[in-house]
Design a protein around this ligand. Sequence first.
Ligand code: ATP
Ligand code: MG
Ligand code: FE
Length: 356
Amino acid sequence: LRILGIETSCDETAASVVVRHEDGRGEILSDVVFSQLDEHSAYGGVVPEIAARAHVEALDGLIEEALARANVSLDEIDAVAATSGPGLIGGLIVGLMTAKAIARAAGKPLMAINHLEGHALTARLTDGLSFPYLMLLVSGGHTQLVLVRGVGEYERWGTTIDDALGEAFDKTAKLLGLPYPGGPAVEKAALKGNPDRFSLPRPLVGEARLDFSFSGLKTAVRQAATEIAPLSEQDIADICASFQKAVSRTLRDRIGRGLARFKQEFAHLDVDRALVVAGGVAANQEIRRTLQALCIENGFRFIAPPPRLCTDNAAMIAWAGLERMAEDLPTDGMDVAPRSRWPLDKDAKTLLGSGK
Ligand code: ATP
Ligand code: MG
Ligand code: FE
């Protein structure tokens, strides 16, 4: 089976062709991404209207390029998969409508994919991971710990009750005068900083629930910065290092509890234990080291797909479509609508702060 995937939920326009071989192995035939970073950086964040327009301009060309690089024609693909939520509604409309038009014109089935499911299943494409496993999604819009039981079977164990982790990095960078996106800038500055100079809060550490909270951390950074202003380069480095340390300690506690719960839940089964990370924040080396060490201590495999497949891309959307088809899950009709909010698990409505 071969699928064309389309991703337009945030500030990346992407198209990809992925094939699933008979043995279940996935292979990426093409994977093209246009990042709109330059369009948004002047505003210090993603501007929805600009994003939607940029998707319109880029998408057709990217789809042609994805097909050309994969060396397949539309006739040779078996379905079209597009992200239909959660995300910015303008972008979702562009991607889903384009997918509908292609599916209709080429007479192929349409798969409307949950963006989070794409992130959740990526490790099966890259590492052939088997179910169940734990996934930590940490990006600009999401911070979730999810139990992945199977295709379409997800349990959200924890989520942020306020800011996403990437958002905390971006806001911290902004108030220190560092460039957007903040994550890489904070990480770079932290390399030269003293992580013990400021003692910043570690939200929810010690609590039994598996949720996250990062807005207090950002507020504490603002206070620390105001107290010692004007900031020298060394001050900024020290704040960044202290911020990253607080984040790492918080993740250690929260994810540590998640691993313990996983062990308990599957104590009776002989399952391979694994933690997968996804999302742009997973590029952070200190966070990776922290999670890696935690996994080793707890007898878990630590799986971090290559950064290109951790951040937003269309290969993960195509792959999610392939996984759904392999399970004979229903395809979607021409009436399927994009959803700006779309929790991964069915009964997530009562939980707070699913992100976008
Ligand atoms: P979505 O939640 O829909 O995936 P997004 O586009 O914001 O939204 P990504 O593109 O996966 O998510 O990730 C971008 C985020 O990752 C930004 O908040 C950015 O600051 C953060 N980030 C990128 N590199 C690093 C890093 N080295 N350290 C920490 N954070 C990082
Ligand atoms: Mg992005
Ligand atoms: Fe994403």
